[in-house]
Design a protein around this ligand. Structure first.
Ligand SMILES: Cc1cc2nc3c(=O)[nH]c(=O)nc-3n(C[C@H](O)[C@H](O)[C@H](O)COP(=O)(O)OP(=O)(O)OC[C@H]3O[C@@H](n4cnc5c(N)ncnc54)[C@H](O)[C@@H]3O)c2cc1C
Length: 395
């Protein structure tokens, strides 16, 4: 496999790097770039972050893969990866939800009304979305979702609950999967709706997580919406959700933060002394670093396989599952090793006197717990590899 970038792709990366270097000098850069912490800026909101997203739009970086008729530049998908890698490397918000899941689904299946209402605003980053899929009893088995949408003469009424909706507390619109036909087989009675996040009848309740990320439970109490809020065809929602998850997997999981974290950890351990010698002089620590270096390289190659397959127009579900499984567990192993090697000091949190790297590794240990759950848990990835990759029977 040839993993090298073309001249045009390398030029694009150089252009993005130059743009981000300029952005890093912005007085509010700390609000939308967090290079020394986990890349969690997607999970928070601020005027500076929104302004940064709008500047991404002005640069033409949103909708790069969209058709020209919707304001896109019809570039191959690899450009979205390349952009997201550079954004992730600096802890800046990634492009994904709006441009990927929602924009691409609307382009393929949305009504003209929804297209003209949302696509231009996605391109200028004037709208934020939250994804409402998971429910208390429907996560890995998403098709078991129960949020009920009942047909009325003029539209739909929604009743029920979603859980773990990231960004519901600041998003403008809610992309929601609901059950529209409870009598149909579970994959066939689901539809997707777009609902304003401040709609009467919606209650948003904070869920705090161990990684300091805020997510939310969302309750629907007789939420009445018009027919025009339905995305595509009724009862075809499962197809749209699966397609959108494919878009998400392709664009959300980046390798640059892992490479950067590995380099930073190596530098920290070299600079940290115990018993008058750098920690890296300890043969056990050196061995583990060697192992992690090989793992980082393996993660890079697994990700390249996803990109190459996607570039050929394939749906690299198995490659993406392998990469997600391996890289998210590697992120956790890195943080685990950092705390082991740093000893008790490694447990000191951000702001504590003497905390190595100002508590970065203590935070990373907590924050990376999410990575093997969100976007499909590790077990779900293993199932995809076993069934779709190896043809093993369903459990
Ligand atoms: C911080 C955070 C943010 C999130 N953000 C969003 C969001 O914005 N929008 C959204 O819709 N969802 C979001 N999620 C939900 C996330 O996608 C689900 O938590 C995830 O899919 C797992 O579902 P679950 O929590 O219901 O766990 P379950 O599906 O109940 O799984 C519990 C355990 O059983 C394992 N398991 C389940 N099924 C199988 C199987 N068939 N074989 C083997 N093992 C299995 C799982 O791997 C897991 O270890 C978020 C979650 C978190 C924690």
């Amino acid at each position: 496999m040839d993993f090298r970038l073309s001249e045009e792709e390398r030029a694009f990366v150089a252009e993005v790097v130059a743009f981000l270097e300029g952005e890093a000098t912005h007085p509010d850069a700390a609000d939308f770039m967090a290079p020394d912490r986990e890349a969690d800026s997607m999970l928070a909101d601020s005027p500076a972050r929104r302004a940064f997203n709008r500047r991404l739009g002005e640069q033409g970086y949103l909708g790069m893969t969209w058709p020209a008729q919707y304001g896109g530049s019809e570039r191959p998908g690899i450009y979205e990866y390349l952009l997201n890698e550079e954004l992730a490397g600096r802890g800046a918000p990634l492009i994904g939800k709006g441009v990927g899941c929602i924009g691409k689904t609307l382009i393929r299946h949305g009504s003209d009304v929804l297209k003209s209402e949302f696509l231009p605003r996605i391109l200028t980053a004037d709208v934020e979305f939250a994804l409402g899929y998971s429910e208390p009893n429907a996560g890995s088995d998403l098709a078991a979702l129960k949020l009920r949408a009942t047909k009325t003469e003029t539209g739909w009424i929604l009743d029920g609950q979603k859980t773990f909706t990231t960004s519901a507390h600041f998003a403008d619109w809610y992309w929601v999967a609901a059950r529209t036909d409870p009598t149909a087989p579970k994959h066939k009675g689901i539809s997707v709706f777009l609902i304003p996040m401040d709609h009467p009848g919606l209650t948003i309740q904070e869920i705090k997580t161990m990684g300091d990320h805020r997510t939310n439970a969302v309750f629907f109490d007789h939420v009445e919406i018009g027919e025009d809020r339905l995305v595509g065809e009724v009862n075809k929602g499962w197809i749209y959700v699966c397609e959108a998850l494919d878009f998400e997997r392709f664009t959300f999981f980046t390798v640059n933060p892992i490479i950067t974290k590995f380099r930073e950890l190596l530098a920290l351990l070299k600079a940290t002394e115990r018993g008058g010698a750098p920690l890296t002089d300890d043969p056990l620590i050196a061995q583990q670093i060697g192992r992690l270096a090989a793992d980082v390289e393996a993660a890079k190659m697994l990700q390249r396989r996803v990109i190459v397959a996607a570039g050929k127009g394939e749906v690299p579900a198995v490659e993406a599952a392998m990469y997600k499984l391996f890289s998210t567990q590697l992120g956790q192993r890195l943080a685990d090793f950092a705390l082991d090697a740093l000893g008790p000091q490694g447990l000191l949190a951000h702001g504590a006197a003497g905390a190595p790297a100002d508590g970065k590794w203590e935070h990373s240990y907590r924050a990376t717990a999410l990575d093997t759950i969100g976007g499909g848990s590790s077990e779900v990835q293993k199932n995809i590899i076993a069934r779709r990759g190896l043809g093993l029977p369903l459990a």
